[in-house]
Ligand binder design. Structure first.
Ligand code: F0G
Length: 458
């Protein structure tokens, strides 16, 4: 008989205490952090949903592999192991290790980018956009129209608008397209999956115009789970086979292994083309390290080699996707506006709908982030106009399309009772929500301002 409760498919062998704080303590900590949770000390956080990146608990097999690591500068055994795992998974010939995803982005998009170049994506993640813009190129997001309707229950709201893709390639000229980047799952678009049909349509267009096609594949195992469960023809394929098919469509990929690589640090760049690989390898050696470690220790490469295999285990993926959905569906039933259906790695709350009294230039998402921390010690992140807002020439805010708050769930870290606690905190937040006010930015940097901006309460 099928049971309702999805259990964590692991036993806990080692524990890390979390320090319990009171609302009084947290008021002080939040003020000291200038109302920006990136500036909080993690020991002042009870439940850390800031990111699912680099926060996974590693398995006993990963720790065991780390003990076997070969720390040689060149040609290390650990590198060869990791390279073989990535080649088998992606099918790409040329693998470049990097210390994390954005290092791979900087190398690839820095090389293909520059002034006059255009990159097109379902949605560029913030570091992806920043690396592209830093090179002087332009980054254009073209998610499908249904992604603008948070509550619309559709299976693949992470897809790219392929008609718009063709229009943009024609308008800018294929020779000016630095690359088309398919982000799976679409993190900034709510952690929503991308269908294989969409990935295939993009390939057809990229082939027609001979433009580069890359996957930003940091959550490709989670994406494969959704394809298996939602797309006809994939029910009998394994998660790994589904991922392999998706890789086969593109010319290369960039991966932050800190997500579906189940490691605390690591990433890679992989491409089919030798000339592109050679050019990127030059840049890799200048800034990341020699081509057989790229900024990673042998230990980290061992952990990644194991993690990239474990992440496709059916029991793990079922637990992963269902436990994220469990939190989201409970909040949905409480009437909290959120992106539905629930994505793979996170629950995204629609803060604009939750706090209708707060205008976008007073950052409703940041207000909810602060409330979650104050009331429950929960750290989350705003994905809205703090992260993606820009200014026009007169200094007026051009808001982001959505004002979201992301509760990103670290892999294999929190238990069901942690999640039940989070649900209770939301009950408390619902009670006083009409009285909550917005914030004002008092200091901000030029790029990626959400990391270090300072705020003041209104
Ligand atoms: N691409 C996507 C889709 C990401 O989500 C991230 C990181 C990166 C690239 C960059 O990878 O951090 O290893 O340099 N996302 C994290 C997050 C930070 O919280 O979503 P990185």
């Amino acid at each position: 008989m099928p049971f309702k409760t999805i259990i964590e498919p692991f036993r806990i062998k080692e524990v890390e205490p979390i320090s319990v704080t009171t609302e009084e303590n947290r008021k002080v900590y939040l003020r000291e952090a200038h109302y920006n949770p990136f500036m909080l000390k993690s020991e002042h956080v009870l439940i850390d949903f800031l990111t699912d990146s680099g926060t996974s608990a590693m398995s006993s097999k990963q720790w065991a592999a780390m003990m076997e690591a070969d720390e040689a500068y060149a040609g290390s055994r650990s590198w060869l192991k990791m390279e073989a795992v990535i080649k088998d998974l992606t099918g790409y010939e040329h693998i470049l290790p990097t210390h994390q995803g954005r290092a791979a982005e900087r190398i690839l998009y820095g090389y293909l980018g520059g002034k006059g170049k255009v990159f097109i994506s379902n949605t560029h993640f913030d570091t992806t956009r920043a690396n592209i813009e830093f090179s002087g190129a332009e980054a254009i997001d073209i998610p499908v129209e249904e992604s603008n309707h948070p509550m619309l229950d559709l299976p693949f709201k992470g897809n790219m608008d392929v008609n718009e893709l063709e229009r943009l390639i024609k308008r800018h000229g294929p020779e000016n397209i630095g690359g088309v980047i398919l982000t799976v799952t679409n993190n900034s678009g709510g952690g929503q999956p991308v269908s294989m049909a969409n990935a295939k349509d993009i390939k057809t267009i990229c082939n027609k115009y001979k433009v580069n096609y890359f996957l930003d594949c940091c959550r490709i195992a989670e994406n494969a789970y959704f394809i298996n469960h939602r797309e006809a023809g994939y029910e009998n394929k394994t998660y790994k086979q589904i991922a392999q098919e998706m890789f086969s469509l593109a010319d290369g990929c960039v991966m932050s292994a800190k997500k579906d690589g189940l490691v605390n640090m690591g990433g890679f760049l992989a491409v089919k083309d030798k000339a592109l690989s050679d050019a990127c390898t030059n840049l890799l050696i200048i800034t990341e390290g020699f081509a057989t470690y790229g900024g990673l220790s042998g230990r980290s490469m061992e952990a990644m080699a194991v993690g990239l295999q474990e992440v496709f285990e059916p029991d793990y993926l079922k637990y992963r996707i269902r436990s994220t959905a469990y939190l989201g569906e409970k909040l949905y039933k409480m009437g909290i506006p959120l992106i539905y259906p629930i994505g793979g790695h996170a629950v995204y709350i629609d803060a604009k709908a939750f706090y209708p009294q707060i205008p976008v230039n007073e950052y409703p998402g940041q207000a909810l982030v602060c409330e979650l921390y104050l009331k429950g010690g929960i750290r989350s992140v705003e994905i809205g106009s703090v992260m993606f807002g820009k200014y026009d020439d007169s200094g007026k805010l051009i808001p982001a399309p959505n004002e979201l708050v992301r509760l990103a769930i670290p892999r294999r870290v929190y238990t069901q009772s942690h999640i039940e606690y989070v649900i209770e905190v939301f009950e408390l937040i619902l009670e006083g929500k009409e009285k909550v006010k917005g914030l004002r930015i008092t200091e901000e940097p030029e790029f990626l301002r959400h990391f270090t901006a300072k705020f003041e309460r209104l």
